[in-house]
Design a protein around this ligand. Structure first.
Ligand SMILES: [Zn+2]
Length: 282
Protein backbone atom coordinates (compact mmCIF):
# COMPACT_ATOMS: atom_id res chain seq x y z
CA UNK A 1 0.00 0.00 0.00
CA UNK A 2 1.43 3.40 -0.89
CA UNK A 3 2.40 5.28 2.27
CA UNK A 4 3.52 8.89 2.67
CA UNK A 5 6.85 8.57 0.76
CA UNK A 6 5.20 6.81 -2.19
CA UNK A 7 2.33 9.32 -2.47
CA UNK A 8 4.81 12.19 -2.10
CA UNK A 9 6.97 10.72 -4.89
CA UNK A 10 3.93 10.38 -7.16
CA UNK A 11 2.91 13.96 -6.39
CA UNK A 12 6.36 15.33 -7.23
CA UNK A 13 6.39 13.36 -10.47
CA UNK A 14 2.94 14.54 -11.52
CA UNK A 15 3.32 18.23 -10.66
CA UNK A 16 5.25 19.29 -13.78
CA UNK A 17 2.88 17.24 -15.98
CA UNK A 18 -0.48 18.48 -14.72
CA UNK A 19 -0.15 21.73 -12.77
CA UNK A 20 -1.11 24.69 -14.95
CA UNK A 21 -2.72 22.38 -17.50
CA UNK A 22 -6.37 22.20 -18.49
CA UNK A 23 -8.42 19.02 -18.11
CA UNK A 24 -9.92 18.21 -21.51
CA UNK A 25 -11.76 15.02 -20.64
CA UNK A 26 -12.41 12.60 -17.77
CA UNK A 27 -13.35 9.01 -18.44
CA UNK A 28 -14.36 6.77 -15.54
CA UNK A 29 -14.14 3.07 -16.29
CA UNK A 30 -15.11 1.88 -12.81
CA UNK A 31 -17.84 4.20 -11.45
CA UNK A 32 -17.96 2.29 -8.14
CA UNK A 33 -14.66 3.92 -7.18
CA UNK A 34 -16.25 7.38 -7.15
CA UNK A 35 -17.35 8.03 -3.57
CA UNK A 36 -19.68 10.96 -3.91
CA UNK A 37 -20.26 11.83 -7.57
CA UNK A 38 -21.45 10.13 -10.74
CA UNK A 39 -19.19 10.04 -13.80
CA UNK A 40 -21.28 12.67 -15.68
CA UNK A 41 -21.19 14.94 -12.62
CA UNK A 42 -17.43 14.56 -12.33
CA UNK A 43 -17.00 15.44 -16.00
CA UNK A 44 -19.32 18.42 -15.75
CA UNK A 45 -17.47 19.82 -12.75
CA UNK A 46 -13.82 19.44 -13.79
CA UNK A 47 -13.63 19.23 -17.58
CA UNK A 48 -12.33 22.54 -18.88
CA UNK A 49 -10.81 23.43 -15.49
CA UNK A 50 -7.12 23.99 -14.87
CA UNK A 51 -5.26 21.96 -12.23
CA UNK A 52 -3.78 24.74 -10.12
CA UNK A 53 -1.85 22.77 -7.52
CA UNK A 54 -1.38 19.36 -5.94
CA UNK A 55 -1.31 18.72 -2.22
CA UNK A 56 -0.51 15.56 -0.32
CA UNK A 57 -2.11 15.11 3.09
CA UNK A 58 -1.25 11.81 4.81
CA UNK A 59 -1.77 9.25 2.06
CA UNK A 60 -4.32 11.39 0.18
CA UNK A 61 -3.49 13.27 -3.01
CA UNK A 62 -5.54 16.41 -3.71
CA UNK A 63 -5.85 18.06 -7.12
CA UNK A 64 -6.97 21.66 -6.64
CA UNK A 65 -8.69 22.81 -9.83
CA UNK A 66 -9.97 26.17 -10.98
CA UNK A 67 -13.62 26.92 -10.22
CA UNK A 68 -13.14 25.64 -6.64
CA UNK A 69 -13.17 21.94 -7.47
CA UNK A 70 -10.91 19.53 -5.58
CA UNK A 71 -10.39 15.97 -6.78
CA UNK A 72 -9.12 13.72 -3.98
CA UNK A 73 -7.59 10.29 -4.60
CA UNK A 74 -6.60 7.67 -2.04
CA UNK A 75 -4.72 4.81 -3.71
CA UNK A 76 -5.47 2.25 -0.96
CA UNK A 77 -3.91 -1.18 -1.70
CA UNK A 78 -2.89 -1.32 -5.35
CA UNK A 79 -3.69 2.06 -6.91
CA UNK A 80 -1.15 3.62 -9.27
CA UNK A 81 -1.20 7.04 -10.95
CA UNK A 82 0.62 6.87 -14.26
CA UNK A 83 1.24 9.77 -16.60
CA UNK A 84 1.61 9.19 -20.34
CA UNK A 85 2.83 12.28 -22.25
CA UNK A 86 1.40 11.05 -25.54
CA UNK A 87 -1.67 9.19 -24.31
CA UNK A 88 -2.24 5.48 -23.95
CA UNK A 89 -5.09 3.02 -24.50
CA UNK A 90 -6.67 1.96 -21.18
CA UNK A 91 -5.52 -1.46 -19.95
CA UNK A 92 -7.50 -4.14 -18.08
CA UNK A 93 -6.95 -2.44 -14.73
CA UNK A 94 -7.32 1.19 -15.81
CA UNK A 95 -10.12 2.70 -13.70
CA UNK A 96 -10.05 6.36 -14.73
CA UNK A 97 -8.35 8.39 -17.45
CA UNK A 98 -7.91 12.16 -17.20
CA UNK A 99 -6.85 13.64 -20.53
CA UNK A 100 -5.07 16.97 -20.27
CA UNK A 101 -5.57 19.44 -23.09
CA UNK A 102 -1.89 19.63 -24.02
CA UNK A 103 0.39 17.58 -21.75
CA UNK A 104 -0.84 13.97 -21.94
CA UNK A 105 -2.99 11.54 -19.95
CA UNK A 106 -3.20 10.56 -16.31
CA UNK A 107 -4.33 6.96 -15.71
CA UNK A 108 -5.54 5.51 -12.44
CA UNK A 109 -4.53 1.87 -12.67
CA UNK A 110 -5.73 -0.30 -9.81
CA UNK A 111 -5.73 -4.11 -9.86
CA UNK A 112 -7.93 -4.55 -6.79
CA UNK A 113 -10.09 -1.52 -7.58
CA UNK A 114 -10.12 -0.27 -3.99
CA UNK A 115 -8.76 3.24 -4.63
CA UNK A 116 -11.26 5.95 -3.80
CA UNK A 117 -12.04 9.10 -5.74
CA UNK A 118 -13.86 12.02 -4.12
CA UNK A 119 -14.82 15.40 -5.55
CA UNK A 120 -15.35 18.32 -3.19
CA UNK A 121 -15.68 22.07 -3.44
CA UNK A 122 -12.61 23.77 -1.98
CA UNK A 123 -14.65 25.13 0.94
CA UNK A 124 -15.71 21.58 1.89
CA UNK A 125 -12.14 20.28 2.16
CA UNK A 126 -11.21 21.53 5.67
CA UNK A 127 -14.23 19.86 7.29
CA UNK A 128 -14.09 16.64 5.27
CA UNK A 129 -13.85 13.95 7.94
CA UNK A 130 -11.21 11.66 6.38
CA UNK A 131 -8.83 14.64 6.25
CA UNK A 132 -9.92 16.56 9.34
CA UNK A 133 -9.47 13.46 11.52
CA UNK A 134 -5.84 13.00 10.45
CA UNK A 135 -3.01 13.78 12.82
CA UNK A 136 -0.32 16.31 11.87
CA UNK A 137 1.96 15.94 8.89
CA UNK A 138 5.24 14.45 10.18
CA UNK A 139 7.37 17.20 8.63
CA UNK A 140 5.15 20.07 9.78
CA UNK A 141 5.63 22.44 12.71
CA UNK A 142 2.50 20.91 14.27
CA UNK A 143 4.25 17.59 14.83
CA UNK A 144 6.40 18.29 17.88
CA UNK A 145 7.92 15.80 20.33
CA UNK A 146 5.85 17.34 23.13
CA UNK A 147 2.50 17.07 21.30
CA UNK A 148 3.46 13.55 20.24
CA UNK A 149 4.17 12.66 23.89
CA UNK A 150 0.83 14.03 25.05
CA UNK A 151 -1.07 12.15 22.35
CA UNK A 152 0.66 8.86 23.20
CA UNK A 153 0.03 9.32 26.93
CA UNK A 154 -3.71 9.06 26.24
CA UNK A 155 -3.46 5.77 24.33
CA UNK A 156 -3.07 2.27 25.74
CA UNK A 157 -3.04 0.41 22.40
CA UNK A 158 0.24 -1.07 21.12
CA UNK A 159 2.41 1.74 19.74
CA UNK A 160 2.37 0.28 16.22
CA UNK A 161 -1.44 0.30 16.11
CA UNK A 162 -1.41 3.93 17.21
CA UNK A 163 1.02 4.84 14.42
CA UNK A 164 -1.10 3.00 11.82
CA UNK A 165 -4.25 4.74 13.09
CA UNK A 166 -3.25 8.09 11.41
CA UNK A 167 -4.72 10.16 14.25
CA UNK A 168 -1.50 10.91 16.14
CA UNK A 169 0.62 11.42 13.03
CA UNK A 170 -0.40 11.01 9.38
CA UNK A 171 1.21 9.00 6.61
CA UNK A 172 2.72 5.87 8.18
CA UNK A 173 1.65 2.42 7.00
CA UNK A 174 2.98 -1.04 7.77
CA UNK A 175 6.42 -0.63 6.19
CA UNK A 176 7.48 2.71 7.65
CA UNK A 177 5.88 2.00 11.06
CA UNK A 178 7.98 -1.18 11.44
CA UNK A 179 11.12 0.61 10.24
CA UNK A 180 10.66 3.65 12.49
CA UNK A 181 10.03 1.48 15.57
CA UNK A 182 13.16 -0.55 14.84
CA UNK A 183 15.25 2.60 14.40
CA UNK A 184 13.95 3.89 17.72
CA UNK A 185 14.56 0.54 19.47
CA UNK A 186 10.90 0.29 20.54
CA UNK A 187 8.94 -2.94 20.40
CA UNK A 188 5.74 -2.54 18.30
CA UNK A 189 3.67 -4.39 20.93
CA UNK A 190 4.43 -2.00 23.79
CA UNK A 191 1.50 0.14 24.94
CA UNK A 192 1.82 3.70 23.61
CA UNK A 193 1.38 5.18 27.08
CA UNK A 194 4.24 3.08 28.49
CA UNK A 195 6.94 4.78 26.40
CA UNK A 196 9.35 7.08 28.21
CA UNK A 197 9.88 10.71 27.17
CA UNK A 198 13.32 9.79 25.83
CA UNK A 199 11.88 6.92 23.77
CA UNK A 200 9.15 9.16 22.39
CA UNK A 201 11.66 11.77 21.30
CA UNK A 202 13.68 9.01 19.62
CA UNK A 203 10.59 7.68 17.86
CA UNK A 204 9.59 11.18 16.74
CA UNK A 205 13.00 11.58 15.10
CA UNK A 206 12.96 8.02 13.68
CA UNK A 207 9.56 8.58 12.01
CA UNK A 208 10.82 11.68 10.24
CA UNK A 209 14.12 10.07 9.33
CA UNK A 210 12.49 6.89 7.96
CA UNK A 211 9.97 8.81 5.85
CA UNK A 212 12.62 11.21 4.57
CA UNK A 213 14.80 8.29 3.48
CA UNK A 214 11.77 6.69 1.81
CA UNK A 215 11.19 9.85 -0.22
CA UNK A 216 14.89 10.18 -1.05
CA UNK A 217 14.84 6.60 -2.41
CA UNK A 218 11.72 7.25 -4.50
CA UNK A 219 9.50 5.03 -2.32
CA UNK A 220 9.44 1.33 -1.46
CA UNK A 221 8.47 -1.09 -4.24
CA UNK A 222 7.59 -4.53 -2.95
CA UNK A 223 4.42 -5.46 -4.80
CA UNK A 224 2.62 -2.81 -6.80
CA UNK A 225 4.15 0.55 -6.16
CA UNK A 226 5.65 2.47 -9.08
CA UNK A 227 6.01 6.22 -9.52
CA UNK A 228 4.14 8.41 -12.01
CA UNK A 229 6.25 7.20 -14.93
CA UNK A 230 6.03 3.52 -13.95
CA UNK A 231 9.47 3.23 -12.33
CA UNK A 232 9.87 1.34 -9.01
CA UNK A 233 11.50 3.02 -6.02
CA UNK A 234 14.62 1.64 -4.32
CA UNK A 235 13.83 1.97 -0.61
CA UNK A 236 13.15 -1.79 -0.35
CA UNK A 237 16.93 -2.25 -0.61
CA UNK A 238 17.41 -0.31 2.63
CA UNK A 239 14.73 -1.91 4.84
CA UNK A 240 16.06 -3.20 8.15
CA UNK A 241 13.05 -5.18 9.43
CA UNK A 242 10.00 -5.01 7.16
CA UNK A 243 9.69 -8.23 5.14
CA UNK A 244 12.77 -9.73 6.88
CA UNK A 245 11.08 -12.12 9.35
CA UNK A 246 13.46 -14.97 10.26
CA UNK A 247 16.50 -13.16 8.84
CA UNK A 248 19.29 -11.75 11.00
CA UNK A 249 19.17 -8.27 12.53
CA UNK A 250 21.63 -6.01 10.71
CA UNK A 251 22.54 -4.34 14.01
CA UNK A 252 22.96 -7.21 16.48
CA UNK A 253 22.73 -10.46 14.50
CA UNK A 254 19.68 -11.81 16.40
CA UNK A 255 16.98 -13.56 14.42
CA UNK A 256 14.12 -11.17 13.58
CA UNK A 257 10.68 -12.19 14.82
CA UNK A 258 7.41 -11.86 12.93
CA UNK A 259 3.97 -11.64 14.55
CA UNK A 260 0.50 -10.45 13.59
CA UNK A 261 -0.54 -7.18 15.18
CA UNK A 262 -3.90 -5.59 14.36
CA UNK A 263 -4.14 -8.00 11.45
CA UNK A 264 -0.86 -6.78 9.93
CA UNK A 265 2.44 -8.60 9.66
CA UNK A 266 4.90 -7.06 12.08
CA UNK A 267 8.64 -7.71 12.22
CA UNK A 268 11.00 -6.71 15.01
CA UNK A 269 14.31 -7.61 16.63
CA UNK A 270 13.75 -9.18 20.07
CA UNK A 271 17.10 -7.83 21.28
CA UNK A 272 17.14 -4.29 19.81
CA UNK A 273 13.41 -3.84 20.55
CA UNK A 274 12.87 -5.54 23.92
CA UNK A 275 9.36 -6.67 24.77
CA UNK A 276 9.60 -5.14 28.23
CA UNK A 277 7.80 -8.03 29.91
CA UNK A 278 5.03 -8.44 27.31
CA UNK A 279 4.24 -12.11 26.62
CA UNK A 280 3.54 -12.90 22.96
CA UNK A 281 1.49 -15.85 21.76
CA UNK A 282 3.17 -18.09 19.18
ZN1 LIG B 1 18.90 -6.46 16.72
Amino acid sequence: MPELPEVETIKRGLEPCVVGHKIANVRVLRPRQLRNVTPPELSARIEGEIIERLLRRGKYLLFFCSCNQVLIIHLRMTGQLLFYPSGQAPGTYTRMVITMESSGQLHLRDVRALAQITLLRADQVPAWRPLSSLGPEPFSMEFTPEDFRQALARRRAPIKNVLLGQKVVAGLGNIYADEALFQAGINPFRPANALTAVEIKGLWAAIRHTLKDGIAHGGTSIRDYVNSVGTPGSNQEYLLVYGRKGQLCKLCGSRLMGRRLAGRSTVFCPKCQPLDGIALKD
